[in-house]
Design a protein around this ligand. Structure first.
Ligand code: F6P
Length: 539
């Protein structure tokens, strides 16, 4: 991290370390307004953080000293900031609705983006209207997306989030795990003649996805009389790798491309969003892109003091590097956002789980936090105890909406009441004196006291819509980017996933070898392989 600016943050932090949020609120009647910022349909109330105006100034100065402004421009304008792979990072171009050109290697990429999106829209209209027919002449009723990581989590999360906007007669399923159970249980729920498989893989080399795709193809052919022509009516592909798609047997006209400058975990607004577009329709998909774009413009242009992604990024750094917090909880108070924490896990942890800085040296402090969470109110009855009274500091993001898509009785008022009350309880706590005033027996006072002073952000929008979802995803993408810049790490590669893949290839070979293989692993790994070989069914 930029040393002097970070030291200035730490110095200022010492002056506030012993201040309680109770006192900070009491001392400043304008605190909530002072620490609230808005963009793209979202309001961020960050007043329940251990901050003062002076500390925020120091944090902003840290962002400036880290060169964040120039880095943002470098990303938006297509500089090869994914340095270890020598690639531009242009997920923002996918939702660039400004009409501006975006040039990579001397070529404007916008016409290609628009062309693929138009083809996707035509395809989706055919499938949704029923004019696209399966091999036996029946319309499509089930979409099965086969992909993993960024080729699964984004569309899976967004299809669930935007269910109220979906065509209910077209059901979407997601198969990611190489565990055959995942595929088998989905196939039990669909009919071959009415199912469209989307094989989604940026590289089209991913073991899990190709294994599932081959098994799905076998299943389809076995049910449709074995005619290979059926594949063209029931399989589409999303990839950057045309050759491999064709080699797999998927017709080029059923392939939707994207580009190496779209990272997997940033790829939902590319063709990877095809299942989502099928589900909610091209017009709603466009609205999602508008939401993304609105947050992109905000990130690029708003002063850091009012810049939502920058503020979230800096607050995270305050806790992780200043207070030693190890994790960060994402707590959506909306059942439709049930998959958001899992989606953000990949976005954040695959991007910033790095211990080497941009110069190839060990990083000075800690980087990417552990991201976790569950929808409220379920989490309240499971792990909130630890957040309220445990020994660890866990910064939280509460995410909620003023209106529900299912206005049933007073459910939503109760949901919102919990949403609001939890951050209040975390911040204000409950003093021993308050317990005694309530007549709590002295022996129980320590147990019923809440220290409070536990930080959280509140993100609130009117309703969960394609627009607000797009803006929310972009908000977190740019938060992660901000942190990566301040930590001086590369956020757009993921070398850490490679070693396990290579070793799995070797172990697979040894598990399947007909003759007893010579094992040269450590003793534990050798024993595990032998144990699993011993349990294999005999041929
Ligand atoms: O293993 C990690 C990863 O490379 C992710 O970054 C990516 O989203 C996922 O695998 C799937 O990759 P692909 O889309 O190429 O199949």
């Amino acid at each position: 991290m930029q040393h002097d600016a970070w030291q200035a943050v730490l110095q200022e932090l010492e002056t506030t370390r012993n201040s309680h949020l109770r006192d900070l609120f009491a001392a400043d009647p304008r605190r909530a307004a002072r620490f609230t910022a808005r963009a793209a349909g979202w309001t961020l109330d960050y007043s329940k953080n251990r901050i003062t105006p002076r500390l925020m100034k120091r944090l902003i100065a840290l962002a400036e000293a880290s060169g964040l402004r120039a880095e943002i421009e470098a990303m938006f304008t297509g500089a090869p900031i994914n340095a270890t792979e020598n690639r531009a990072v242009l997920h923002t171009a996918l939702r660039n609705l400004s009409g501006e050109r975006v040039v990579v290697d001397g070529r404007d990429v916008m016409p290609d983006i628009r062309e693929v999106r138009a083809r996707m829209a035509t395809f989706c209209d055919h499938v949704r209207s029923g004019s696209w027919r399966g091999h036996t002449g029946r319309p499509i009723r089930a979409i099965v997306n086969i992909g993993i990581g960024g080729s699964d989590l984004g569309p899976a999360m967004a299809c669930e989030a935007l269910k109220p906007f979906s065509k209910r007669s077209l059901r979407c399923f997601f198969v990611s795990n190489v565990d055959a159970t995942h595929l088998a249980e989905v196939l039990r729920q669909v009919k071959a003649e009415q199912t469209l498989f989307i094989v989604a893989s940026k590289t089209f080399t991913t073991q899990e996805t190709l294994t599932n795709a081959l098994s799905a193809r076998d299943w389809l052919l076995s049910r449709l009389g074995g005619d290979p022509a059926a594949v063209a009516r029931h399989f589409a592909a999303v990839s950057t790798n045309r050759e491999r798609v064709v080699a797999f047997g998927i017709a080029p006209e059923n392939m939707f491309g994207f580009w190496d400058w779209v990272g997997g975990r940033y790829s939902l607004p590319s063709a990877i969003g095809l299942p989502l577009m099928l589900s909610i329709g091209p017009r709603n998909f466009e609205k999602l892109l508008k939401g993304y774009h609105a947050m992109d413009v905000h990130f690029r242009t708003a002063p850091f003091e009012r810049n939502l992604p920058v503020l979230l990024g800096l607050l995270g750094i305050l806790y992780h590097n200043g207070y030693g917090a190890e994790t960060h909880a994402v707590l959506p108070y909306d059942q439709y956002l049930a998959r958001l924490p899992a989606y953000l896990q990949q976005l954040d942890m695959e991007s910033n789980g790095k211990s080497t800085d941009r110069q190839g040296r060990p990083v000075g402090g800690t980087t990417g936090p552990v991201i976790w969470g569950e929808p409220g109110t379920n989490g309240q009855h499971a792990f909130y105890q630890l957040i309220h009274q445990g020994t660890r500091l866990i910064p939280c993001d509460f995410i909620g909406f003023c209106r529900s898509h299912n206005p049933l009785g007073d459910h939503h008022d109760k949901l919102l009441a919990n949403f609001i009350a939890q951050s209040e309880a975390l911040a204000m706590g409950k003093t021993a004196a308050a317990c005694r005033a309530e007549g709590v027996p002295e022996a129980l006072v320590p147990h019923k006291t809440f220290a409070g002073n536990r930080p959280s952000n509140t993100l609130l929008a009117d309703a969960l819509t394609p627009r607000t979802l797009g803006a929310l995803i972009a908000l977190y993408e740019h938060k992660v980017f901000t942190q990566g810049v301040v930590w001086n790490i590369f956020s757009f590669d993921q070398w850490g996933v490679e070693l396990g893949k290579v070793l799995a290839g070797r172990v697979l070979h040894e598990l399947q070898a007909a003759a007893e293989p010579e094992l040269n692993h450590d003793a534990s790994t050798n024993a595990l392989i032998l144990r699993c070989r011993g349990a294999r069914p005999r041929a």
